[in-house]
Design a protein around this ligand. Structure first.
Ligand SMILES: [Zn+2]
Length: 196
């Protein structure tokens, strides 16, 4: 791939980019992992013996105000250690290909910061303009994944006390908001937290 592609997709540098194509509202990147050895998750022995291939599709941060979809060919490697309980394993790329994630970590971080500031429907309205998603569900899922703030929740609570005793997204949202805005009045909470 040429130098321009390397510059634009610098965040994908652990991967080898094979192709970049334009599809109307999105940019599709085809990439693969390098042929370097990876450690078996059970015994730790490194292996580069390919057992097969699979694909992962990940959303990356937007380019040219368009969505970026990265299709990565990943290897299933064979563990050569005699007696190891894991005969084959899928390679991991920490910091780029996290297990069960559909976004690159930097995309998840960007999405998280938008959702943290504009919870619920507000972020669902803004995200399409940032080429970062188009649905309330996207915003809700990102919100659920946000870690709760490490600071303790203030002991003096407002009219929404009852909600803090329930589980779920509303509670989490309110706790995050409480950390950010202090003790908010009921009208503000009602207008800012439109998840229910
Ligand atoms: Zn092993």
């Amino acid at each position: 791939m040429n130098e321009l592609v390397q510059i634009v997709f610098n965040g994908l540098s652990p991967l080898i980019i094979d192709d970049v194509s334009s599809e109307d509202a999105r940019i599709r990147v085809r990439a693969r992992t390098p042929a370097t050895p990876a450690p078996c998750p059970v015994c730790g022995t490194e292996s580069a013996r390919v057992h097969g291939y699979g694909e992962r599709t990940l959303a990356d941060v937007p380019v040219d105000a368009r969505r970026v979809v990265v299709i990565v060919r990943i290897r299933r490697l064979a563990c050569a250690t005699r007696g190891c309980t894991r005969q084959t394993f899928r390679e991991q790329l920490p910091g780029l290909l996290e297990r069960h994630q559909r976004r690159t970590p930097r995309m998840a971080a960007q999405l998280g910061s938008v959702v943290r500031e504009l919870t619920g429907r507000a972020s669902a309205r803004v995200l399409p303009f940032l080429a970062m998603g188009a649905s309330t569900n996207t915003a809700l899922r990102a919100l659920r994944r946000l870690a709760l703030p490490a600071r303790p929740v203030p002991r003096v609570l407002g009219v929404d006390d009852f909600a803090l005793r329930t589980e779920g997204v509303n509670t989490r949202t309110k706790m995050i908001h409480r950390q950010m805005y202090g003790r908010a009045g009921f009208p503000l909470l009602r207008h800012r937290i439109l998840l229910g």
